[in-house]
Design a protein around this ligand. Structure first.
Ligand SMILES: *Cc1c(COP(=O)(O)O)cnc(C)c1O
Length: 399
């Protein structure tokens, strides 16, 4: 049967301890043991099903992790306090001093800053490449390389990674392929195409209500055990643990993810078509004009569409700012970073979420001053929204 991430989530069944339709929330930081021996065994890492201390794991966190592992088709998952709290332990778990990472150059600003400014302090170096060019990726691999890192759909340029191609390279050179799938939950299933580890910022589409940060690492049981190891596990020791109350609330929001993603994708595709027809420079993976449109089609779980993210170029930073302020004034969305909210969010990445990337590098990768990144909301009547957005664009002279 064909892998379907939403069906996999649906097939899980949970009950609370009194038969509640939602699992009970584990409101404890520590857990009792019936025997002292079991406590010892748990510290040694061989008492399956026992809870020890909430930085290690909790029932609520395990429930959410199971749902996310079902979504990505991995053996298991570990939820974390934020997306960065998932990505950074993964890289620090795999890499030692002297190791090397080959990363896409168009990635989330925080991840870029971590690899560019932070990990060199630990003796871990990164080469940034155009991830859409597999020959350049392979040429950057050295004898010290341990990780290939990319986003399935990149932030903010919406470049699409050839996950099967990257996975073949990773296997050939004995590397781990780590994929951040934050922009394309359900639409793309990286682990099914050979990614070893899939990370998400749950803060975005998966939670979908912009009320918390959260993250997850999906991978093999062995790797997740390593992350949680009390002696040398990066999640356990760096402490980016999710709180149980929050895990419970994210799990409830996740139940509507498939419906939301379809609507985000439908609305974004509608607007992208219209904006492009109006003559705006528009980037959306669902457009024929997108350089990786065909590639995305070969990778996607079709029914969830091409995602809710699109960019337009307003020509200059001033025009972009003027347009965003007017759209906010007309209540078409919020001038805010982040994504995956019910309402449209827009920002100018060059001077905000990607400002960690130096100007000359921004230029080289095609990140222009006037580029507006949209996370398209769940608007009921997207044609009405389009007409109102178009009026704003005409008013500020972008159209
Ligand atoms: C937001 C984001 C992150 C970081 O997640 P936080 O939850 O903010 O820590 C990582 N990757 C991508 C693609 C993101 O959009």
């Amino acid at each position: 049967m064909k892998f379907n991430p939403a069906d996999n989530i649906q097939d899980l069944q949970y009950f609370g301890e009194f038969g509640g339709v939602n699992p009970s929330i584990s409101d404890s930081s520590t857990y009792t043991f019936l025997s002292a021996k079991t406590m010892f065994d748990t510290f040694e890492g061989n008492a399956d099903g026992c809870y020890l201390y909430s930085r290690h794991s909790t029932p609520s966190n395990l429930y959410l992790g199971e749902a996310l592992a079902a979504m990505e088709g991995t053996e298991t998952a570990n939820v974390t306090a934020s997306g960065m709290g998932a990505i950074t332990p993964v890289l620090l778990q795999i890499c030692n001093a002297g190791d090397h990472i080959v990363s896409s150059r168009t990635i989330y600003g925080g991840t870029y800053a971590f690899l560019k400014n932070f990990t060199p302090k630990l003796g871990i170096e990164t080469t940034f490449v155009d991830i859409t060019k597999l020959d350049l990726v392979e040429a950057a691999i050295t004898k010290n390389t341990k990780v290939l890192y990319c986003e399935s759909v990149s932030n903010p340029l919406l470049e699409v990674a050839d996950i099967k191609g990257l996975s073949a390279l990773a296997k050939k050179h004995h590397l781990k392929l780590v994929v951040d799938n934050t922009f394309s939950p359900l639409s793309i299933s990286p682990a099914k195409m050979g990614a070893d580890i899939v990370c998400h910022s749950l803060t975005k589409f998966i939670n979908g209500s912009s009320d918390t940060v959260g993250g997850v690492v999906c991978g093999s049981q062995e790797f997740i055990n390593d992350l949680r190891n009390v002696n040398d596990g990066a999640c356990m020791l760096l402490g980016s643990t999710m709180d149980s109350l929050r895990a419970a609330s994210i799990l409830k929001n996740m139940r509507t993810l498939h419906i939301r993603m379809k609507q985000h994708s439908f609305n974004a595709a509608f607007l992208a078509d219209k904006f492009e027809a109006d003559g705006l420079k528009t980037v959306y993976p669902g457009l024929e004009s997108h350089p990786s449109h065909q590639l995305f089609k070969t990778m996607m779980n079709t029914e969830y569409g091409f995602g809710g993210m699109l960019t337009i170029d307003a020509g200059s930073l001033d025009k972009a700012n003027e347009l965003m302020e007017l759209m906010q004034h007309k209540n078409l969305g919020y001038l805010a970073v982040s994504l995956g909210f019910y309402k449209t969010l827009f920002s100018v990445p060059g001077s905000s979420t990607s400002s960690e990337i130096p100007e000359n590098e921004q230029k080289e990768m095609g990140l222009t001053d006037g580029l507006i990144r949209f996370s398209i909301g769940l608007d009921n009547d997207i044609e009405r929204t389009y007409n109102m957005m178009k009026a704003c664009m005409v008013e500020v002279g972008v159209l």
